[in-house]
Design a binder for this molecule. Sequence first.
Ligand SMILES: NCc1[nH]cc(CCC(=O)O)c1CC(=O)O
Length: 350
Amino acid sequence: MRAHFIRLDAQHAKMGTRSNSVTFSFVIIMPNSSIPAKIVIATRESALALWQANFIRDRLAKLYPQTELDIFGMTTRGDQILDVSLSKIGGKGLFIKELEQALEEGRADIAVHSMKDVPMDMPPGFALAAIAEREDPRDAFISNRHANLDALPPGSIVGTSSLRRESQLRARFPHLQVQPLRGNVQTRLRKLDEGQFSAIILAAAGLKRLGLAGRITALLSLELSLPAVGQGALGIECRAERTDLIRLMAPLHHLPTAQCVEAERAMSRALGGSCEVPLGGFAEISGGILRLRGFVASQDGARMISDEVSGDPGMGMGMGAQLAQNLKIQGAEEILTALGSRAAEPVSHP
Ligand SMILES: NCc1[nH]cc(CCC(=O)O)c1CC(=O)O
């Protein structure tokens, strides 16, 4: 018991020296009594979601060996409705609402999400306790017959339901056809294998996590396919009042990833970002400088507004807002208005 106490204390002391964020800049003395006997982790039940929840569980198990860690799998509306485009049925929130309900009702303590699926504004009463280190953020090209996008003959059908991927593909490869492709990663690969598509585009992160990196035919450069905001990063959500859990999750928080994802999310938020808007955003830190790239496009790719900003990694939120402003000035506003998105209205920052 005593050894456990000392180890935790040292861990948080280390966080304190490494992080410059307000949340973690003090040493937390955590008596054993505040470590719960059990933590229930809510997750969707797709193979990828379960992998991600188990990954977080394993990391927590190493940190808190005395705590029982249970996985609570749930089917969400987003998983059930597969026949229409996500953007038409309510977007990202569909994948996490049921999980939040479980948190609300105390059936679970934390929920693990792909940050890509987390809406830009957290609902009142909920918080992101930690953002874990990012996996490969790039999109992957998958085909059984063709080496890369350049090799696809005119008229080839590429499967994706992402407006972001579609707009970028159609801008650079107007001779290709884009057709909707939904379902979890395995379903999408099966549809490719059945011959419905010449190629499909999926996030590299999901394939790598599932041990399916071998299915990646080619990785798309950031220039060719700028990733979705948050792509490749995992978020741990809990009720905002559970400061005990937020403290416990601190060792899983990866500051550079969090700074990048915050910058991306600030940009998307200011643009009213959702599944209904063809937009991408990606930040990376190199040499102590955060570089944030973003674009907004028309679905057919005919209009494509791209820009980037660079600065101090601690200023990501401001940089995201700045990039959104730059994009709007360059014409993004017009595209967003034409899309009838919520971007025209001011978005509140809770
Ligand atoms: N839209 C579903 C979704 N949410 C997260 C990922 C991939 C993993 C990640 O980005 O962390 C995927 C699948 C995909 O886009 O291929």
